[in-house]
Write a protein that binds this ligand. Structure first.
Ligand SMILES: [Zn+2]
Length: 449
């Protein structure tokens, strides 16, 4: 039996009562108590340290294979000639639909070795930022590679497949082929990996695919997630291509229930908002990434805070891109700043509320019952952040100071399953760069010296 005591920290348990304690006792990977008395335990001195549950990121995409061509490594160093990208000004839905459809084929183009090297490095950037449980909403990578990387790191992963069979109202591939790819995910399930089918975007899903995904979820008792109501121009495109509006369409297909995670759900009419509330859907969003992507998801409609006020679970998540996006820490800060500003009320969202949205509430949306808060019997996934420099001087609330002046790079120690995470980051990076070069030259037409 292994016993580990995290002693003398400022510990936010993120349980339903937002309880704070000083010590966490771990036995064989599980939390067993909060007493400092454990004579035979190995001790981590957490004096001057902020201790949080491992972050749960329910909406992420592994896209690191695209780092050269997509708003990535081939850009000029100066930003002076930048133009708004396709998410900007309400969204260029046809362009997004075409790009998302193209990604489907790129998953197969990666070799297994390339896929694994990219997956390891990409998951590592999440883990070193404090994320111990991840929810994939469609990745340009092989699900088996993501599952293997998660197992190697001891992370929890909700795995998915890039699922789309139409673009701009025209069918682009056989629906059964896509459904077979999603059904094959079931073989990956184990103690670390679970399956959550996703439709990457309603605009890329035929009714036939939607019905097939609904049947698959019902057959295997699975949750489901999709980007929906994410962009202002989405409704118009959905009406033109499918004859109905985004949220209503998921409801009509039988996919909108309490196990549905609606990602970035900012645009919906009053009746659709009512459908979401009555279904008890989970909402997740990524407030730190909207501005730089050209999205107005929070302030244009203020719908997400309204859905939270109406009683829905609203969680935080990072989203994903070819370069690292803001982490869970940055999204907590952004939510804290934006919700309070929109309400003109500093109590509209407290730092401890932001933490719950990044941990316990996110875990509930993902359907992982044994992570997301520090409670007896739960898995010992923890994040330790040093909180004793100038930013924290005489502040009795280190979480507040962390959200004011800290970020992902301040995460010092990550514990998964009661074990301190260690990895050779430079080796992971070199393997990633080699795989990225070979894939980009062979499959993306990138010319490199
Ligand atoms: Zn996303």
């Amino acid at each position: 039996m292994s016993r580990l005591l995290i002693k003398g920290g400022t510990v936010h348990t993120a349980d339903a009562a937002h309880r704070m304690v000083s010590d966490v006792l771990i036995e064989d990977g599980l939390i067993v108590g909060f007493s400092p008395d454990a004579p035979d335990a190995e001790v981590i001195d957490a004096t001057g340290t902020l201790v949080l549950p491992g972050f749960v990121n329910p909406h992420w995409h592994e896209m690191f294979a695209l780092r050269y061509p997509f708003k990535g490594a081939l850009r000029p160093p100066s930003d002076r000639d930048d133009k708004p990208a396709f998410m900007a000004h309400g969204g260029d839905i046809p362009a997004i639909s075409m790009a998302f459809d193209r990604f489907y084929g790129l998953v197969d183009a990666l070799t297994d070795d390339e896929a694994l090297a990219v997956a390891r490095y990409s998951l590592w950037t999440q883990l070193r930022s404090g994320v111990t449980t991840l929810g994939d909403v469609g990745s340009v990578n092989k699900p088996a590679a993501l599952a293997q990387a998660a197992r190697e790191f001891g992370m929890r992963l909700s795995v998915s497949a890039w699922a789309g069979d139409t673009a701009c109202g025209r069918r682009t591939r056989d629906t059964d082929e896509v459904l077979a790819r999603v059904a094959a995910l079931m073989d990956l399930q184990d103690a670390f990996v679970r399956v959550r089918p996703t439709a990457v975007y309603g605009t890329n899903m035929t009714d036939e695919l939607g019905s097939g995904l609904r049947d698959l979820c019902a057959r295997h008792d699975l949750p489901f997630a999709a980007h929906v109501g994410a962009l202002r121009n989405e409704t118009e495109a959905m009406r033109a291509w499918f004859g109905t509006s985004p949220v209503r369409r998921f409801a009509d297909l039988g996919l909108l229930d309490e196990r549905f995670t609606a990602v970035h759900c900012a645009f919906a009419d009053p009746e659709e908002r009512d459908l979401l509330v009555r279904a008890g859907a989970h909402i997740t969003h990524s407030p730190a990434k909207y501005g730089p992507a050209g999205e107005s998801t929070l302030t244009e409609t203020r719908q997400i805070p309204a859905l939270r006020a109406a009683g829905l679970d609203v969680s935080l998540s990072t989203d994903g891109a070819s370069t690292p996006v803001p982490g869970m820490a940055e999204n907590m800060t952004a939510a804290w700043q934006a919700y309070t500003e929109m309400a003109a009320d500093p109590t509209a969202l407290l730092p401890s509320d932001a933490l719950a949205m990044a941990t316990r509430i996110a875990a509930r949306g993902l359907g992982f019952a044994d992570v997301g808060s520090l409670e007896v019997g739960k898995r010992a996934d923890l994040v330790l952040i040093r909180a004793d420099d100038w930013r924290y001087l005489l502040n009795p609330r280190p979480l507040e100071a962390f959200l004011t002046l800290g970020g992902s790079a301040d995460v010092e120690t990550v514990i998964v399953n009661g074990q301190v995470v260690k990895a050779d980051e430079s080796a992971l990076r070199e393997d990633y760069l080699e795989a990225l070069r070979s894939f980009s030259v062979r499959c993306l037409g990138v010319e490199l010296p």
